[in-house]
Design a protein around this ligand. Structure first.
Ligand SMILES: C[S@@+](CC[C@H](N)C(=O)[O-])C[C@H]1O[C@@H](n2cnc3c(N)ncnc32)[C@H](O)[C@@H]1O
Length: 214
């Protein structure tokens, strides 16, 4: 009974959510796009010519936004490279190279490396979140694991001057993640974009310029 009410409340909020309406109007696949857009507009992250890796890309609104920012030439095509990765399938987006696989698996990392062809990314963005079990400590550990892997990926495959943006939850283990970011990046900024629901402990961490690139 309580669960039914919760679902009904969620549905009510979702239908009346201005970002859901705006995403539908502007042709984006998810309201999540407005989180990236707000961060990009204040931090000026995405620029033509860049190599950008989008981790946890499905259904694809971040990749759509990045593609729009890298396009502009008459006659289509983009100026830059976009690689999206997700364990779930994604409807294709023109000019986005998509890899389906689990970021925690070595063979998926090898596929990413093959697409990069030795190039280093300018920007790595991660909206990945584990499926939540409801057990706070276990969920936090899985989130930290994904973020650790994203930091490790950035150290190996991002330009020293690049930036890493990751989604986190401001709960158990959060201060450790911030500490890790401070160890690895010269500048660390915490972001709570307006489209991130107030009720949610979701927060984004942006690290700029690697301290210890490999
Ligand atoms: C909130 S959604 C991303 C929404 C996306 N940024 C957009 O704008 O459309 C989070 C995604 O992370 C993916 N994900 C979670 N853990 C992952 C993992 N270990 N490897 C790859 N993808 C993962 C999920 O499958 C899910 O599609």
């Amino acid at each position: 009974m309580a669960k039914k009410k919760l679902n009904k409340n969620w549905l009510h909020d979702h239908i009346n959510d201005p970002y859901v309406k705006l995403a539908q109007k502007e042709g984006y696949r998810a309201r999540a796009v407005y989180k990236l857009k707000e961060i990009d507009e204040t931090e000026k992250l995405i620029k033509p010519g860049q190599v950008i890796v989008d981790l946890g890309a499905t259904p694809g609104s971040w990749s759509q936004y990045v593609r729009n920012k890298l396009s502009g030439s008459v006659g289509g095509g983009i100026n830059g490279t976009i690689i999206g990765l997700d364990m779930l399938p994604m409807e294709p987006i023109a000019d986005v190279h998509f890899i389906q696989g689990d970021f925690r698996e070595q063979e998926v990392l090898v596929q990413l490396e093959q697409v990069l062809q030795g190039r280093k990314a300018d920007l790595v963005i991660s909206d990945m979140a584990p499926n939540l079990s409801g057990i706070a400590v276990a969920d936090a550990a899985r989130m930290i694991d994904l973020i650790d892997l994203a930091i490790d990926f950035a150290q190996h495959h991002m330009k020293p001057s690049g930036s890493l943006l990751v989604k986190c939850f401001n709960g158990s283990g959060y201060s450790d993640i911030v500490g890790k970011f401070r160890d690895e990046f010269k500048t660390v900024v915490q972001k709570k974009p307006k489209a991130s629901r107030d009720k949610s402990s979701e927060i984004f961490l942006l690290g700029k310029t690697l301290k210890n690139p490999l």
